[in-house]
Write a protein that binds this ligand. Structure first.
Ligand SMILES: Nc1ncnc2c1ncn2[C@@H]1O[C@H](COP(=O)(O)OP(=O)(O)O)[C@@H](O)[C@H]1O
Ligand SMILES: [Mg+2]
Length: 367
């Protein structure tokens, strides 16, 4: 009985497959996989790798896999080491070069197979991980900002009243010729007072919750921006009108989007003068979106995109910090407030900017 079963199993066992066939199962994986010869020549590239590299299997296979990395030497050394059996598997980080896209940061795992001089290279994209880390940093940063602002504003506010009052008393006592100086003190104290009030405003104002239609918000901002920049600026609406209403504070969201759009319009100065400035409001529904350590089934994505010069590199990673400004006379509060307001809706603002295209993306979970 036993014997005959063993025999029949042996009889139906598949014949050894040719090289291509042996690797076909790799096409089912989401991981990028290549099988290479010890000299780096690609014997097989799976479908996920084709996609990521933006090149067809026919192009990749037969070519040297070294050419697909920003750091070919590292792979060379790794393969040489694996060839002389220095290790069975090796891991390191590298950048996969892609057709028509930025190099993709990947974690490389190089492993021997049971065929001599044949190696399996797995590439795990680091992008997703890096993005998540960045978002977590943004959220922590925003929380720290909020506390910093509130404390700082209170520290300034308290003595400010005293300074102003003292200057007023002094003004009544002194030679009228010297009043010019007390005026400066009073005027500057008033200016600081206004700034402090603006810093404290978002924390003081109650959160008014109602049904928000995001397109109403966009339209409102659009008309405010066009009123201020009536010439040379085109505002394009690219709306997905199927986006449902959600519970939120309409005024806060208008303020947040306005701050972002206003920055864009300001950055567009030269293009407005040239007459080809463009600002785009794009709304989309994101599905299974992860941000702020949480995964949401549905999320609103509102992009505010401009064709201006881009966020200056020197302040790029700090634009959401309070008092960081790239403009003469800027308060550096616009984006801090916008981020605070959006976070009150459990959302997040992200920025992606290169010269010619700056995209501020507001993400808000939908019910
Ligand atoms: N769309 C944009 N294009 C270029 N730079 C931008 C854009 N949005 C924001 N920035 C930069 O970020 C800085 C911070 O913006 P914000 O927090 O609103 O402060 P402020 O506008 O008072 O300077 C701006 O000064 C500007 O340098
Ligand atoms: Mg601003």
């Amino acid at each position: 009985m036993r014997d005959s079963r063993a025999k029949s199993a042996a009889a139906t066992a598949p014949a050894p497959l040719p090289a291509k066939g042996r690797f076909q199962a790799f096409d089912l994986l989401a991981t990028l996989v290549a099988v290479v010869h010890g000299d780096g020549t690609v014997l097989f590239a799976n479908a996920a790798l084709e996609d990521a590299a933006g090149a067809s299997r026919r192009t990749i296979e037969g070519a040297s896999f070294l050419n697909y990395f920003s750091e070919p030497q590292v792979l060379r050394t790794a393969l040489d080491g694996a060839r002389i059996n220095e290790y069975a598997a090796l891991r390191y980080d590298a950048h996969l070069l892609r057709q028509g896209a930025e190099p993709m940061p990947v974690h490389v795992v190089l492993a021997q197979t049971d065929h001599p001089d044949e190696f399996v290279i797995e590439l795990l994209p680091l992008e997703a991980q890096a993005r998540q880390d960045r978002e977590e940093r943004l959220i922590d940063q925003a929380q720290a900002n909020k506390e910093l602002i509130r404390n700082l504003a209170h520290e300034i506010k308290n003595p400010l009243g005293g300074i102003r009052g003292a200057a007023q008393l002094l003004e009544m006592e002194i030679d009228p010729a010297l009043k010019e100086y007390t005026r400066v003190v009073i005027h500057e104290a008033d200016r600081l007072q206004t700034l402090v009030d603006r810093l404290l405003a978002p924390h003081r104002r109650p959160h008014v919750v109602g049904d928000v239609n995001i397109h109403e918000v966009c339209e409102r901002v659009r008309s405010l921006i066009l009123a201020e920049f009536p010439k040379g600026l085109r505002v394009v609406r690219d709306y997905d009108i199927s986006i449902p209403e959600f519970r939120g504070d309409r005024e806060q969201l208008i303020q947040a989007v306005l701050n972002i759009a206003h920055n864009a319009a300001q950055a567009l100065g030269d293009r407005i003068a040239a007459g080809d400035a463009q600002l785009t409001f794009r709304t989309r529904i994101g599905r299974q979106v992860t941000f702020g350590k949480q995964r949401y089934r549905l999320a609103l994505e509102l992009h505010v995109i401009d064709n201006g010069p881009g966020v200056p590199d020197s302040i790029k990673d700090r634009i959401f910090f309070p008092l960081v400004s790239g403009r003469e006379g800027g308060s550096g509060l616009g984006l801090t407030l916008a981020q605070t307001f959006v976070q009150q809706h459990h959302g997040l603002i992200e920025c992606d900017s290169v010269p010619g295209r700056t995209d501020f993306k507001i993400l808000i979970p939908l019910p």
